[in-house]
Design a protein around this ligand. Structure first.
Ligand SMILES: CC(C)(COP(=O)(O)OP(=O)(O)OC[C@H]1O[C@@H](n2cnc3c(N)ncnc32)[C@H](O)[C@@H]1OP(=O)(O)O)[C@@H](O)C(=O)NCCC(=O)NCCS
Length: 395
């Protein structure tokens, strides 16, 4: 094959959509050994970047065939390695795929270089990407070939939506915030969290954001706050907050390789539920009906000695929200992603079989900013237990 014939250009919805989807199907990514979730863009290849402030998708074309794709988005976030005011313009690389019969010819390398050039032309200081920790091809490409540094190892936690609602603790009050209140609290309490998006107002006002809720104890070590939670200074000692993203509208999931135990438990729990409803065995959804929707919980924050219980209650609340929306959103799982060593994960109910214990984020300072490169190379990485803000627009 003559390498010169490969053309890298911007994605054109009208002529590329179907061919890109075919390519995606031929390149499904996931760990080989256990159950995993595939994403399905439901006929819109750019659904994963569409909600970002600035985005781009490139295709590699050879003789009218699309043989590779890559997507990228740009935003401003808090970055602990950034030299300037902790705010940095970052470019996120995702959706890199090369057709199996065209691999090991340098196409991925070339696509990433083109995306990095696009980032640099928009004054992006750092490029980053996420991959499964056992995707050796991807790690070799980014870390060994392109000089990215392994950076964070968040966990993706997945909980199925049962056919029954959870009973919520009567000692916990859950309150939905107005968007202004939510923005105020996020800026006040989370703006120094790594990867906190500077345009949080746009995230919260996006039509996919279902809302932000706080939880606090009805009685105990404090007075219940008034309806102006936060804005009037009234914040209890123990409280927790999170927001919910209706991912189901842009992307769906499919179970890739259900293990026997998973399928067996799902089937037997449904059977028990119908035969002996008095036992109230929570029955699992039928994952074989693919694809299905999900809600993504983002922006977890908690304070105070008993806030773990509040986090658990909020998760159950979201579960019930998803269950009640069934039919409309076809929501079969709740997903969230938090820092790998963040103690928060201990309080988030999840199902190990579907969760990913170690996602890997890699980062690179782009040549445009030599001072950024120096900072990244010299600074000790922040403690692994530091919280991480996972932007729902990038899920
Ligand atoms: C990962 C992927 C994009 C690589 O595409 P590619 O065009 O074959 O990659 P390149 O030819 O540009 O390879 C560049 C370097 O990456 C590394 N690499 C690529 N494929 C590899 C493999 N299968 N095993 C080990 N290293 C690999 C090598 O270091 C390679 O350099 P070399 O060929 O000189 O040894 C492709 O395998 C793919 O589409 N996989 C499925 C989707 C996926 O995993 N995407 C990445 C998600 S972040």
């Amino acid at each position: 094959m003559a390498f010169e014939k490969i053309k890298i250009r911007s994605y054109d919805w009208e002529i590329d959509k179907v061919r890109v989807e075919d390519l995606e199907r031929g390149c499904e990514v996931g760990p080989a050994e256990h159950v995993f979730l595939f994403t399905d863009t439901m006929g819109d290849p750019i659904s994963r970047i569409r909600n970002s402030p600035m985005y781009n998708m490139l295709v590699a074309e050879l003789n009218d065939e699309i043989i590779g794709v890559i997507q990228g988005s740009i935003k401003v976030v808090t970055l602990h390695t950034s030299p300037k005011n902790h705010l940095a313009k970052v470019g996120y690389i995702l959706g890199l795929r090369v057709a199996p019969r065209h691999r090991r010819k340098g196409i991925a390398l070339s696509l990433v270089h083109h995306m990095e050039e696009w980032f640099i032309s928009h004054q992006v200081e750092y490029a980053y990407m996420a991959t499964e920790k056992d995707n050796q091809a991807s790690i070799n490409l980014f870390v060994n070939k392109l000089g990215y540094l392994e950076f964070r190892t968040p966990v993706i936690l997945v909980h199925p939506v049962y056919n029954r609602s959870f009973r919520l603790s009567s000692s916990v009050e859950i309150m939905k915030l107005k968007v202004d209140q939510a923005e105020f609290l996020y800026r006040k309490f989370m703006s120094s969290t790594e990867f906190f998006p500077h345009d949080i107002n746009r995230v919260l006002r996006n039509k996919l954001s279902l809302g932000t809720w706080v939880a606090y104890f009805r009685r105990g070590d404090h007075e219940s706050p008034s309806g102006g939670f936060g804005l009037d200074g009234g914040i209890p000692n123990s409280w927790a907050m999170m927001s919910v993203w209706r991912s189901t509208e842009v992307i769906k999931l499919r179970v890739g390789k259900p293990t026997l135990s998973c399928m067996f438990y799902a089937k037997s729990s449904r059977m028990l539920e119908s035969v002996l409803p008095c036992f109230r065995v929570p029955s699992l959804p039928d994952f074989s009906e693919n694809p299905f929707g999900f809600y993504f919980i983002y922006g977890f924050h908690r304070e105070g000695p008993s806030s773990g219980k509040l986090v658990r209650t909020l998760c159950r609340f979201v579960h019930n929200l998803a269950r009640e929306s069934d039919g409309k959103d076809e929501c079969k799982v709740i997903v969230t992603e938090v820092g790998g060593c963040d103690e928060l994960k201990l309080h988030i109910p999840h199902w190990k079989l579907l969760s990913c214990p170690e996602d890997l984020w890699c980062i690179k300072a782009l040549k445009f900013y030599e001072d950024a490169k120096t900072t990244l190379g010299n600074e000790a990485p922040p403690p692994k237990s530091n919280p991480l803000f996972v932007d729902p627009r990038e899920v």
